[in-house]
Design a protein around this ligand. Structure first.
Ligand code: GLP
Length: 251
């Protein structure tokens, strides 16, 4: 269902599995049309089902050997082999189970020395440009409206950089780190500007916890107070929701 009054096109699915199937099928379509497509990839609970479906499509014959990937973000500081790192997440949830060439995988590094972070971020941006830009960007959303780790207040023109993580976001990650105090205070994230130049964007959200921020992103004004609302006006963006995440859009 696409609802015209919304400021971003919205598709509401019966459940998380239906959402995952549709989003994974779209990624497969992108890759079949362009075997060396550049995919922007997120972490979090939301994309796990989509990755699961993508693995199934790969097992059924989808070739990902020429695909290039750029992940949105990584905690800072964190070692790539730490179980909470996004490097670890991506290995477990996707990369180990498909045939993406390791040399085509890019994830910001959480273990570069602080005085090398700025150069690392610039190199990340350059690598995206050299790959030809992101063809398809998948996003989740934080309870405060963040995309990647672009917390409220992030500039529309922002690029890959070191950022401070919001308390609400650190609370949400506390479980994985065995307590909020252990959640890193910073992260390296692609910027809003990096995301907005992707040729196609899908933002996926599941569950009642996301319903109020989804309503602000879709119905509210375009403002950096709600980073996901900055997707309004992108020429090819769609929100994919389950009924719970869409609950506050009704009426
Ligand atoms: C983290 C990530 C975001 C992700 C968000 C939501 O903060 N940096 O990119 O969208 O979590 O995660 P979940 O899908 O688990 O709700």
């Amino acid at each position: 269902m696409t609802n015209n009054p919304f400021r971003i096109p919205v598709v509401i699915h019966a459940d998380s599995m239906a959402l995952a199937q549709v989003v994974a099928a779209r990624i497969a379509e992108v890759v079949r049309a362009k075997p060396d497509a550049v995919l922007g990839l997120p972490t979090g609970a939301t994309p796990i089902g989509t990755y699961h479906e993508l693995i199934a499509l790969h097992k059924a014959g989808l070739d990902l050997s020429r695909v290039r990937t750029f992940n949105l973000d990584e905690y800072y500081p964190i070692a790539p082999d730490a179980p909470q790192s996004y490097h670890h997440f991506m290995r477990e949830q996707l990369f180990q189970q498909v045939n993406i060439d390791p040399k085509n995988i890019h994830i910001p590094r959480g273990d570069v020395p602080r005085d090398e972070v700025a150069a690392h971020c610039e190199a990340y941006e350059r690598a995206i440009v050299e790959a030809g830009g992101i063809d398809f960007q998948l996003l989740g959303i934080g309870r405060d409206g963040h995309i990647g780790f672009n917390e409220p207040g992030s500039a529309e023109t922002s690029r890959t950089r070191l950022v401070v993580i919001n308390p609400i976001t650190r609370q949400d990650a506390a479980g994985e780190f065995g307590g909020e105090a252990n959640v890193p205070r910073e992260a390296i994230t692609m910027g809003i500007g990096t995301i907005l130049v992707a040729r196609e964007i899908i933002l996926a959200a599941l569950g009642e916890k996301k319903s109020s921020i989804i309503a602000r992103a879709v119905l509210g004004l375009r403002t950096s107070d709600v980073p996901a609302s900055l997707l309004q006006g992108h020429p090819c963006v769609t929100l994919h929701l389950d009924g719970d995440a869409a609950a506050d859009l009704a009426g």
